[in-house]
Design a protein around this ligand. Structure first.
Ligand code: CO8
Length: 372
């Protein structure tokens, strides 16, 4: 068995930013237009008026201040309220693969690696833009990597679950190195017309290079262990799928997009995530107090504060549990990886950290790492 390390990570940031002010302005225009168009039904009590959104609510309830998106004009057009993405011919690289290649190249460059050093690519994300061929194979081929590629989806835990698969492949010797790529293009499947969730998500792509510790560059993070957990819940859900056409469903119908019971998720997932990490650390004779940093899933600031408080018995500092969701919003499985990417340079040799995701499924995945 080989010892395994995360050698580097990569980040692709989309070209456009939507601030909370812009988002709320567009939503409130949309709500005014809809309410004016249905004024009679609203007055007769047969229809509810759409209430306005507010920047204050968004920042207080979530901690999110802005988000990156691939295309913002469609989202901010009150007559449309979703991005305008151009269809591409089959001869052109797909959008998910394009941003996957960009993040993967960033990770490869940071580790000083070439395509010939890698044996596999896992494309792990909360939504795939097509059923097949796999985006992972497209990314693999665009990078010139021999070996294998496959797609997988565990919603917000896609990246950590993929890291476990990559770690196992490298540990057992079935691959020398595996790239995990997380192109999270959340904007096409977010219900921008629903004020309960229109502020939650942003687009991004991360990549993680997993390889043998002995081959990894100085300062790599040895993976001490990974731990995965799932339990079924419909509290975060999206029913769009290959049967939608046969069910005569329109892609804009509410349940064909992201929907959730946010409050229930908050209450149920926080204790699960805290307990999961405490148990995982105990499996390695470690305790939360001995962890230098928790790179947590970035869904909600209060959620992360509660989870770390449960584990540490006190409030965590921003240094112990860094926040990136103010800038990126919730980027599904990429959030904890962005936190790691942005906040690991100051680690000293031997210091331990935990990457942890939690979300739809429910799913929780943790990765304990130690700086080599
Ligand atoms: N502006 C003003 N008021 C609002 C708004 C708004 N935008 N939205 C809601 N309100 C109102 C509500 O209507 C409610 O009013 P009332 O009290 O009169 O009924 C009041 O504000 C309070 O609403 P909530 O109870 O919903 O507010 P919360 O404090 O619970 O905050 C959150 C809502 C921020 C959604 C919070 O519950 C939360 O973050 N929960 C955790 C959710 C979570 O972590 N989900 C994980 C999702 S990510 C994932 O798993 C991956 C999915 C795959 C990616 C999909 C990509 C699209």
């Amino acid at each position: 068995m080989h010892r395994v390390a995360i050698s580097s990570t990569g980040l692709y940031i989309p070209p456009e930013i939507i601030s909370n002010d812009e988002l709320v302005l567009a939503f409130n225009r949309f709500a005014e237009q809809e309410n004016a168009a249905h004024a009679e039904e609203i007055a007769a009590g047969s229809r509810s008026a759409i209430p306005p959104s507010s920047v204050e609510f968004i920042e207080k309830a979530s901690g999110i201040k802005r988000r990156y998106v691939m295309e913002k004009s469609g989202v901010l057009d009150p007559t449309r309220m979703y991005p305008r993405l151009q269809p591409r011919p089959d001869t052109q690289i797909s959008l998910m693969a394009e941003i996957g290649v960009a993040a993967a190249r960033d990770a490869l460059t940071r580790a000083g690696r070439q395509a010939q050093d890698i044996d596999g690519v896992i494309c792990a994300a909360a939504n795939m833009q097509r059923a097949y061929p796999a985006m992972a194979i497209e990314i693999q081929t665009a990078l010139g990597i021999k070996g294998f590629g496959f797609d997988m989806n565990v919603a917000c835990s896609s990246a950590t679950f993929a890291i476990e698969l990559a770690v196992n492949a490298v540990k057992t010797g079935s691959a020398r190195a595996v790239l995990v790529v997380d192109p999270e293009i959340t904007s096409p499947h977010l219900a921008w017309k629903d004020r309960d969730c229109h502020f939650i998500f942003g687009d991004v792509c991360t990549a993680i290079l997993v390889e043998r510790l002995e081959a990894a560059p100085a300062g790599a993070f040895e993976v001490l262990g990974t731990k995965l957990q799932t339990t079924f819940s419909s509290n975060i859900r999206n029913n769009a799928g290959f049967m939608s056409r046969a069910e005569d469903r329109a892609p804009t119908e509410r349940d064909q997009l992201f929907y959730q019971e946010g409050r229930k998720v908050f209450k149920e997932v926080c204790p699960m995530a805290a307990e999961h990490m405490v148990k995982h650390l105990a499996d390695h004779d470690l305790a939360p107090a001995g962890v230098r940093r928790f790179w947590l899933h970035q869904a909600n600031l209060a959620m992360n504060q509660l989870i770390t408080r449960r584990m540490l018995g006190r409030d965590a500092t921003a240094e112990e549990a860094p926040v990136i969701l103010d800038e990126f919003a919730n980027t599904a499985s990429a959030g904890s990886i962005i936190a790691f990417h942005r906040h690991h340079d100051d680690f000293k040799r031997g210091e331990v950290g935990v990457i942890c995701s939690f979300g739809a499924g429910y799913s929780i995945g943790s990765v304990i790492v130690r700086r080599d």
